[in-house]
Design a protein around this ligand. Structure first.
Ligand code: MSP
Length: 644
C-alpha cells in the first residue's frame, strides 16, 4: 500500500509572559498558510504550535502581577488560543511545556544524555539575559548589555550541568554542508556555519537559583535550562518515546519556522541535542525576518506592540492574514503601519480582487441572466489568460514550497491584474450591444469566471474564508471549503450554468480621513460607521422650494472611468427623449458595468458645470455614510418620469 504523504510544520512555542503581538501572528499565519497549502495538495499535515512556559522570565512576569505562575500562564494561554481561533489558525495540536506528556520526555532525554557522558556537572560563571533566556560570556556583551536585545544582563555564579556541544560540531558542520536546504535562507546558513566554526562552548543546561522549571531527574536542586526543555516540544508533541507510530509518521519535521532571533537555538543547539540522542535532524530550519515598527522592533517594554485581535476585529481575518503573509519579502525585515495595512486592503483586495469579482458577477447577471455561460467563441487573446493562470499556479506553488510567502502572493496578484486588463481589452459592454457577439461575450464571461476560480483556489491558504464568501457572489464551487490545489493548474473546471448573486462586498474600501493623522492616532482616525446621525441637520424649506428641484428618472446608457481620476465616472443618461452627460464621484463604489442598464434619479435642473474638462449636466442621487455610497435606483418607472 502506498504510504500517505505527511508534512510536519512547527512554529516556535511562544513565551506566555504577556499577550502576543503581530510579530508572533506573522509566524503563526505564515505556518498556517503552509499547512493549508499542503493539506490542499493532499498531504497528511501536522501543524504544531504552543507555549514555552518555564524559566525565569515567566516566573518574574507572574511575580510582578502577584500571581501564582501556573494561574498566570493559564490566563495568557487562554488568550493565545482565542487569538489563534480568531485568526483561523488550523494547528493540529497546541503543546504546553507544563504538560506531563512533555515533562516526561524532557526528563528522559536529559537522563539519557547524562548517562552517556555528554552532560556533566561544573560551575557556571557568566552573564544571563532573562528576557532572552540566554547565557553570555563577558566578551559577547555589547557595552555590558545583552548583544541580542540590548537589555541589562545579570551575573550568575552557580553550580550547573553542562552539555558538551563541541563534541558534535564536526558532524553538524558536515550535515549543513551536505544538505544546503537544511538552514534557509542561504544568508542565514552562512552565519550559522561561521558561528560553529568559531568554536562551540559547553552549554549550561540547568539552573539552581529559581524553581520554575522541570526538575533534573537525578538532582532535585536543579531545573532544566528552559531552551533545552522547550526545543524538545517538537518531539514530545508527536509522541516521541510514547506513541511510536505517530512519532515515526511525522518525524523528521519538514520545517521549523521562526524569526531570525532564535535561529541559532534551532540550527545549532537543537540539531546537536538530536544527534546526542540519535534522532534524525529536521529537514529544514527556516528563519524569516522581523516585522518592525517605525521606532524599531516591537516590544512590550517599549509599549509599541500591535494587537492582532484588534486588527482582525476591525478589518476582518482574511484581510489581516493577507497583509501579514505579503508583508515580509523573502528572509527580509518589513515595516508595519496601520496605514500600509489599509492601503493594501484598498488597493490589492478592494480595487483589484474585489472589483474583479463583483464586475464579473454584475456582467454575468446582466448579459446572461446570472448564469455562467458555456465557453462560446474563442479568440487568441484568451490563450494569454490561460497562460497567465497556469503561470500563477506554477509560480505560487514554487514560491510556497520555498516558503517565499510574499513571492507567492505577488504571483497570484499578477494574475488578478492580467485578468482585470483582459476586461478592458475585450470590452464586454461593447460586445453586449449586438446579439451577433453573444457567443464571444459568453467566452469572455466564461474566461473571467474561470480565472476567478483559479485565483480563489490560489488565495485559499492565505484567506480561508474568501472562496466561500466569493461563492455567494459568483457561485463557482460546489464545496468552497474543500478546494484542491491541483485544480488551480487546470483550465475548464468552472461550473457552467451556476448562478451569480449579489453577496456582500468582499472587501469594502476603508476611507481614511488623512493618512498622516492615522500614523499619529490610529484608532480614532480610521473611519467607522457607528457615529450617531441626526435626522435633520439643515434648515426647513417650503414645499415650493422643494418643487424647484427637477428630479427625473434617467437610464444609464453608457459609462466609463474618467482618465487620471480615481473617483470619477462619466455617465451617459437617457431622460425621456433627451440624453445627458453627468460626471459622478462614485468610481470607487461602482464599476461602469454595474451601472449600465440601471435607472437612476437625476437632478435635471442643476446648473451644468465642467469637471476635469467634461461638462456635467446634472447630478445623480446616492445615499452615503462614511464608508458606503449607494446610488438610488428606480425599478419600474420609465426614464423621463418625475421623482417627487
Ligand atoms: N519561547 C521561545 C521559542 C522557543 S521554540 C522552542 C521564544 N518565544 S517568543 O515568544 O519570544 O517568540 C519568538 C518568535 O516570535 C520569533 O522567532 C518569531 O517567530 C516570532 N516573532 C516575535 N516578534 C516578531 C516580530 N517582530 N517579527 C516577526 N516575528 C516575530 O523565542
Amino acid at each position: 500500500m502506498q504510504q500517505e504523504k505527511t508534512y510536519y510544520i512547527t512554529t516556535p512555542i511562544y513565551y506566555p509572559s504577556d499577550n502576543l503581538h503581530i510579530g508572533h501572528a506573522y509566524t503563526t499565519v505564515a505556518a498556517d498558510c503552509m499547512a493549508r497549502f499542503k493539506r490542499m495538495q493532499g498531504y497528511d499535515v501536522f501543524y504544531l504550535t504552543g507555549t514555552d512556559e518555564h524559566g525565569q522570565k515567566i516566573e518574574k512576569a507572574a511575580q510582578e502581577k502577584g500571581m501564582g505562575v501556573i494561574n498566570y500562564v493559564d490566563g495568557i494561554v487562554s488568550n493565545i488560543r482565542k487569538l489563534w481561533d480568531k485568526m483561523l489558525i488550523s494547528n493540529n495540536d497546541f503543546i504546553r511545556t507544563t504538560e506531563k506528556r512533555h515533562e516526561d520526555v524532557v526528563q528522559k532525554i536529559f537522563q539519557k544524555v547524562y548517562d552517556q557522558g555528554d552532560i556533566f556537572i561544573s560551575e557556571y560563571q557568566g552573564w544571563y539575559c532573562t528576557p532572552c533566556e540566554t547565557f553570555f560570556i563577558e566578551r559577547q556583551l555589547v557595552d555590558g548589555k545583552c548583544p541580542d536585545c540590548g537589555r541589562d544582563v545579570e551575573l550568575l555564579k552557580e553550580e550547573s550541568y553542562f552539555f558538551n556541544m563541541a563534541k558534535y560540531a564536526p558532524s553538524l558542520l558536515e550535515h549543513i554542508e551536505k544538505h544546503p536546504e537544511f538552514i534557509q535562507p542561504e544568508s542565514r546558513r552562512n552565519e550559522v556555519i561561521n558561528f560553529i566554526k568559531n568554536g562551540l562552548d559547553d552549554l549550561c543546561v540547568s539552573r539552581t537559583t529559581f524553581k520554575w522549571g522541570i526538575p533534573v531527574p537525578f538532582n532535585d536542586n536543579h531545573v532544566v535550562y528552559v531552551w533545552f526543555d522547550a526545543l524538545i516540544n517538537y518531539l514530545s508533541a508527536i509522541g516521541y518515546l510514547d506513541d511510536e507510530e505517530k512519532y515515526h509518521k511525522y518525524w523528521p519535521a519538514d520545517v521549523h519556522l521562526m524569526a531570525k532571533d532564535i535561529l541559532r537555538f534551532h540550527a545549532i543547539i537543537w540539531p546537536i541535542m538530536l544527534m546526542a540522542i540519535g534522532v534524525p535532524l529536521p529537514k529544514q530550519v527556516f528563519a524569516h525576518g522581523w516585522i518592525m515598527l517605525e521606532g524599531g522592533k516591537m516590544s512590550k517594554s517599549k509599549g509599541n506592540v500591535v494587537d492582532p485581535m484588534v486588527l482582525v476585529e476591525k478589518y476582518g481575518v482574511d484581510a489581516v492574514r493577507y497583509y501579514l503573509v505579503k508583508e515580509l519579502s523573502f528572509g527580509q525585515d518589513g515595516f508595519y503601519s496601520e496605514e500600509m495595512l489599509v492601503n493594501r486592503i484598498n488597493s490589492d483586495l478592494a480595487n483589484d480582487l474585489g472589483n474583479l469579482i463583483s464586475r464579473t458577477a454584475a456582467m454575468i447577471k446582466r448579459y446572461f441572466n446570472g448564469k455562467i455561460p458555456a465557453a462560446g467563441i474563442h479568440e487568441p487573446i484568451d490563450e494569454e489568460i490561460k497562460d497567465a493562470a497556469f503561470m500563477a499556479y506554477q509560480e505560487a506553488t514554487e514560491k510556497l514550497d520555498k516558503l517565499d510567502f510574499s513571492g507567492y502572493i505577488i504571483a497570484v496578484l499578477k494574475l488578478v491584474s492580467r485578468v482585470n486588463k483582459y476586461i478592458d481589452e475585450t470590452e464586454p459592454w461593447l460586445l453586449a450591444r449586438s446579439d451577433n457577439h453573444k457567443e464571444r461575450l459568453a467566452a469572455v464571461m466564461y474566461n473571467l469566471a474561470e480565472s476567478i476560480r483559479i485565483t480563489l483556489v490560489l488565495f485559499a491558504p492565505t484567506m480561508p474564508t474568501l472562496a466561500e464568501k466569493a461563492n455567494q457572489q459568483i457561485s463557482i464551487f460546489d464545496e468552497p471549503n474543500n478546494l484542491k490545489w491541483e485544480d488551480a493548474g487546470k483550465w475548464g473546471l468552472c461550473r457552467v450554468g451556476s448562478t451569480v448573486g449579489k453577496g456582500q462586498p468582499l472587501f469594502p474600501r476603508i476611507d481614511i480621513k488623512s493618512l498622516d493623522e492615522v500614523n499619529g492616532k490610529k484608532e480614532e482616525n480610521i473611519k467607522t460607521n457607528d457615529k450617531p446621525v441626526k435626522a435633520v441637520d439643515k434648515e426647513h424649506i417650503s414645499i415650493e422650494e422643494f418643487a424647484r428641484l427637477d428630479l427625473k428618472v434617467a437610464e444609464v446608457i453608457g459609462c466609463e472611468k474618467m482618465k487620471k481620476a480615481d473617483k470619477l465616472l462619466i455617465l451617459r443618461l437617457r431622460v425621456g427623449e433627451e440624453e445627458r452627460t453627468v460626471v459622478s464621484g462614485i468610481a470607487q463604489h461602482y464599476t461602469p458595468e454595474e451601472l449600465i442598464g440601471e435607472k437612476v434619479v437625476l437632478v435635471a435642473n442643476l446648473k451644468p458645470t465642467k469637471l476635469r474638462g467634461v461638462l456635467s449636466e446634472g447630478m445623480i442621487l446616492a445615499a452615503s455614510d462614511e464608508t458606503n455610497v449607494e446610488v438610488l435606483f428606480v425599478k419600474e418607472v420609465a426614464p423621463g418620469n418625475k421623482v417627487s
